[in-house]
Design a protein around this ligand. Structure first.
Ligand code: OGA
Ligand code: MN
Length: 297
């Protein structure tokens, strides 16, 4: 197994081991898990990929999320994002699939708005457009480490409000169904998530975060926006140009990502599996209620 760094701040390409061996051999898995904790973004090339292979690999890292109500693949492990209609043709730009793609082009971390946040996501591109459609990443751990000590102490214990409606409203206020609104109330999250393996802290930010407790709404929103802008400054991102057979896994505790536009007239199809965070992943660090209990104990 070889590990080659992709960007000086984060990311690594893994080669010499396939996805299934990586989770079924205990020594290999320990090395892969350690690389995940350290590099936050892992890329595999030239993998034969299927839903089963993707789920089996993903499951090695923890329990899988079920796709939420209102998304394609609801109730399964597979979030399917594509612009290909039932007739096999590319859907029009006004189609919900393309509106969802635009929302995914905002910087975010997956599932920060859910009751239980996500440890990691695994993404495979099944149909790749010839131009555009890359996925871009940044390390919010590196972003945290670039803040000075005064800023860190001001932000470390701040609590942000994350809501699916916040990110959807940035694209199209009419995009959520009543079922989605009912299923996805706003949640409180600390602004930092400390990795319990290496003790390194990361900013926990997303397009879903819209307010900060104790701050005036506009002031909180502006602070979140400026933190996202600083985390994603030129030079601090890695753009993944997809090739057939690529599989990417990222740490939602320590990264943000966004899709890049492509001529929406070309087909693109990606499938994501998502791993829920557990206490061993430092979950209590980011949930203010658990954090307060621990601080009081
Ligand atoms: C995702 C995601 C962006 C893209 O799969 O979670 O945000 O389209 N993807 O590459
Ligand atoms: Mn995403």
């Amino acid at each position: 197994m070889r590990i080659e760094q992709l960007h000086e701040e984060f990311g690594a390409e893994i080669s010499g081991i396939n996805l299934i061996d990586a989770v079924s051999n205990a020594d290999a898995f320990a090395a892969v898990r350690a690389a995940f904790e350290e590099h936050s973004l892992l890329v595999w090339r030239d993998q034969p990929i299927s839903d089963d292979i993707q789920a089996t690999f993903s499951r090695g890292f923890g329990p899988l999320e079920l796709v939420k109500v209102g998304s394609v693949g609801h109730g399964t492990f597979y979030s399917r994002m594509n612009n290909i209609g039932p007739d096999g043709q590319v859907v029009p730009l006004r189609d919900m699939a393309m509106i969802v793609a635009r929302a995914n082009q905002l910087w975010h971390t997956d599932s920060s708005f859910k009751r239980l946040p996500a440890l990691a996501s695994v993404l495979s591109a099944r149909v790749i457009p010839e131009q555009g459609g890359e996925t871009e990443f940044t390390s919010t751990r590196a972003a945290w480490e670039r803040l000075d000590a005064a800023e860190q102490s001001r932000l470390r214990d701040a609590v942000a409000i994350h809501s699916y409606a916040t990110s959807r409203n940035k694209i199209d206020p009419g995009m959520m169904t009543p079922e989605e609104h009912a299923a996805l109330p706003p949640v409180r999250r600390r602004l930092t998530w400390r990795n319990p393996v290496n003790g390194r802290c990361a900013l926990y930010l997303a397009s879903h975060a819209g307010a900060i407790e104790g701050m005036a709404p506009q002031e909180g929103a502006a602070l979140l926006e400026s933190l996202v802008a600083r985390a994603t400054e030129p030079g601090h991102t890695y753009v993944h140009a997809w090739r057939p057979g690529d599989v990417i896994m990222w740490d939602n505790r320590a990264t943000m990502h966004r899709g890049r536009p492509w001529g929406g007239t070309l087909p693109r199809s990606i499938v994501r599996t998502t791993i829920s965070a557990s206490l061993a992943d430092g979950l209590e660090d980011v949930l203010p209620e658990l954090w307060a209990q621990r601080a009081a104990a």
